[in-house]
Write a protein that binds this ligand. Structure first.
Ligand code: SAM
Length: 280
């Protein structure tokens, strides 16, 4: 019986290799390593044409890119020069990062993704929270940010973080592999928000969460430029395309400046065009 099972296992691996589709996954499993990021060039077929969801205006906010999605302008990406701002000591008082991490109710051993990781300030907190038995994918589109994180990881001797150079359309995460995706102060910068959220949904395990942390547009006292803020209603609208399979679970209001908006993946990501659009 054991030989039969073993034989089937080997046959499965051989056919997998012949198909040429899971070489990296087999190698990773053999090493006990986390699944590798997907190649950047992987072609994705979206359930609807994302370009039809975007519009472009010549006159626009100077802090935005002139591209609009569902009624709001997309912001410029914060460049590497902003890394020191992300690491400012007073950020803990202003944004209560430790309270944010506590609110996520992480457990040791979880797999989390910090998309738009920037200088890695939050990546390090996540790496400590999930422990050596867990894993953090730190994703950014700027190599200089990833280099900064690599240096911090070396200094802190943290071995549970995988650095991923994402693209503007994809975090290149393995599919159905992540318990929680964290988006701190980045979603409003995504140049392709529909494509990114579609890919994020595909990376979540069934029942996994995606958490948006955005400066509150509703509060004029929050000292952040307009296109870098988002209202709760706007985030909920943008996450509600049925093909994402996400359901709003709760919005946590404990932070001084930001919403913590939590969605759970409740159904599989749809591949074909679905009738109906986002909720009002
Ligand atoms: C304002 S910073 C926030 C950094 C970090 N989340 C924090 O709060 O400390 C935004 C970061 O998101 C990155 N970013 C922008 N668009 C991205 C995308 N499509 N995929 C991954 N990272 C992205 C930028 O390069 C930048 O490092």
């Amino acid at each position: 019986m054991r030989e039969l099972i073993e034989g089937r296992r080997i046959a499965g691996i051989v056919s997998c290799l012949l198909a040429g589709a899971c070489l990296a996954a087999v190698a990773a499993a053999a090493r006990g390593a986390p699944p590798a990021p997907r190649p950047a060039e992987t072609e994705v077929r979206y359930p609807r044409d994302p370009e039809k969801l975007y519009s472009y205006r010549r006159e626009h906010d100077p802090n935005g890119i002139g591209k609009f999605y569902m009624g709001r302008e997309i912001a410029h990406v914060m460049g590497f020069a902003g890394a020191a701002w992300l690491d400012r000591p007073e950020r803990e008082t202003e944004e209560r990062l430790s309270l944010l991490i506590e609110s996520l109710q992480l457990q040791r051993g979880m797999v989390v993704a910090d998309i738009g990781a920037g200088s890695g300030r939050i990546t390090l907190l996540l790496a400590e929270a999930v422990g050596p038995e867990g894993r953090v994918y730190a994703v950014d589109i700027q190599q200089k940010m990833l280099d900064l994180i690599a240096a911090k990881l070396k200094r802190r001797k943290l071995g549970n973080v995988t650095l991923v150079r994402g693209t503007a359309k994809s975090p290149r995460l393995p599919q159905a592999a992540v318990d929680l995706v964290l988006l701190v102060d980045v979603y409003h910068e995504f140049a392709y928000p529909y494509e990114m959220l579609y890919e994020i949904s595909r990376a979540l395990k069934p029942g996994g969460r995606v958490v948006f942390v955005e400066y509150r547009m509703e509060d004029p006292r929050v000292p952040i430029k307009r296109v870098h803020k988002m209202s709760e209603a706007q985030v909920r609208r943008e996450a509600s395309w049925p093909e994402f399979g996400l359901r709003h679970e709760r919005t946590i209001g404990v932070l001084p400046r930001q919403h913590i908006i939590v969605f759970r993946k409740v159904s599989g990501v749809l591949r074909s065009t679905t009738p109906g659009g986002p909720a009002d």
